[in-house]
Design a protein around this ligand. Structure first.
Ligand code: PLP
Length: 441
């Protein structure tokens, strides 16, 4: 532990989603990153087993992104987000639409995934009001869903630990998650669990479609430990939303731009929602940015009912919406994904990834489930009585000591290596994880 920080400096930073007391006793300080590896303050090389926080699929310190950012800082460091524009936001919006399903072609920029979720939910309510259906205000999320840290995100989110401290949120109800008995160790999409979509009908019966604005789900839940949709499940949600005039929002903050071996989760799973939220991979994590893709009819509803044309069609936005440096990073990042053929690479290597992570099944009886899709995997670890989160924490710390960064959350270990990962790196990551889990008690 050779970092130079004093205790007072460590104490001054109240760290996000971190066990601050434990961290400050034993800090894990990252000093640089290049390609698929970090270097820590002891000079150790550490494999990036979660691509940052699902952000850096291109690996770190990509020269094209670095140059684009450096150039942009020198040329136009900031320009006002409201009432005035700069070219790169329009170029990036068009680029993003190339990755989105046909018809989701109107892009609103935000500063993060949480703001993207806020934007999608606010627009959903305002859309129905513009259409004369102002009672459609309730939201439906899903158990184990993660939609960011804002008041709206925690309301529709379904990870208990993220909700219990915060009291009342937006009026939201939750579908059950899809981890049904018998689906354990499914490779890719499980056969079981589609029927959980029928619960949407119960919620509609209870609250009436005339009061429901939108259903929001991650096509693949990331933060809860890679919960892949069962076959036919998302299709059924789509059908029910259509039948009852409810907007369907896919939160693709993790799944957009390649993680699934497809442009989006929507493309991977063959279901087109009305709205897609995104962030993270759009700039390869280099500069904070989020965005929301809306189907054109939603945009047109605001334009057609916007009053005189000098008036705002929707009073919503952020100081950092379409920040020029983020736009420059986004343009370079999306262009690199295309140039390097990384979506195709993830797609073609996903079976190698799948075979490798599922070999862990025999490593330890503590592993009670393994799930995978694209370049993502979640491993459920049997809990210590009364301390369900402890073993994953211990495993992640032991992995860090061995030179691998993996994420732990609730009773799971989560893996999402860069799109550029080689088979030998997959093998060594998975072997190290198997050995580490075997050593647990
Ligand atoms: C699906 C999903 N939605 C929203 C968010 C929130 O994004 P941010 O942390 O950028 O606000 C996340 C972050 O992990 C996410 O995974």
């Amino acid at each position: 532990m050779s970092h130079r920080l004093t205790q007072a400096q460590l104490d001054a930073h109240w760290m996000a989603y971190t066990g601050n007391r434990q961290f400050k006793k034993d800090p894990r300080i990252i000093t640089s990153a290049a390609g698929n590896y970090y270097t820590d303050s002891d000079g150790r090389k550490i494999f990036d087993g979660l691509s940052g926080l699902w952000t850096c699929g291109l690996g770190h310190s990509n020269p094209a992104i670095n140059e684009a950012v450096a150039e942009q800082v020198k040329t136009l460091d900031y320009s006002p987000a409201f009432q005035f524009g700069h070219e790169k936001s329009f170029l990036l919006a068009e680029q993003i639409t190339e990755f989105m399903p046909a018809g989701l072609n109107r892009i609103f920029f935000t500063g993060s995934g949480s703001e993207s979720v806020d934007t999608a939910l606010k627009v959903a309510r305002a859309y129905w009001r513009k259409k004369g259906m102002g009672t459609k205000t309730k939201f439906i999320g899903r158990a184990k869903g993660y939609h960011g840290a804002g008041i709206s995100g925690f309301s529709v989110g379904g990870i208990p630990a993220n909700r219990t401290l915060y009291g009342q949120g937006l009026e939201s109800y939750h579908l059950p998650h899809t981890q049904v008995p018998g689906s354990e160790f499914s490779k890719g999409m499980a056969e079981q669990g589609k029927e959980r979509a029928e619960d949407l009908l119960n919620l509609i019966m209870m609250h009436d479609a005339s009061n429901i604005a939108a259903v929001i789900v991650e096509p693949m839940s990331g933060s809860a430990g890679v919960i892949v949709p069962p076959k036919g499940y998302l299709q059924r949600l789509r059908e029910i939303c259509d039948q009852h005039n409810i907007l369907l929002i896919f939160d693709e903050v993790i799944t957009a731009f390649g993680r699934m071996g497809a442009k989006t989760g929507a493309e991977a799973f063959g279901v087109t929602p009305d709205v897609i939220t995104m962030a993270k991979q759009v700039t390869n994590g280099v500069i904070p940015m989020g965005a929301v893709a809306f189907k054109q009819e939603i945009y047109d509803t605001f334009m057609d009912n916007g009053g005189p044309d000098y008036m705002l069609e929707i009073p919503h936005g952020y100081t950092y919406s379409a920040h020029p440096i983020a736009c420059a990073a986004g343009l370079a990042s999306l262009s690199e994904i295309k140039k390097q053929g990384l979506i195709e690479r993830v797609s073609s290597m996903s079976s190698v990834w799948e075979d490798s992570v599922h070999q862990l099944k025999d490593a330890s009886p503590m592993i009670t489930d393994i799930r995978n899709y694209g370049f993502a995997a979640g491993i459920t670890i049997a809990p210590i009585d009364g301390e369900p989160a402890k073993r994953p924490f211990q495993i992640a710390m032991a992995m860090w000591d061995k030179g691998y960064y993996v994420r732990y959350g609730a009773d799971t270990i989560q893996l999402a290596p860069p799109f550029t990962t080689e088979q030998s790196e997959i093998d060594s990551l998975v072997n190290a994880l198997g050995e580490t889990i075997k050593q647990q008690r």
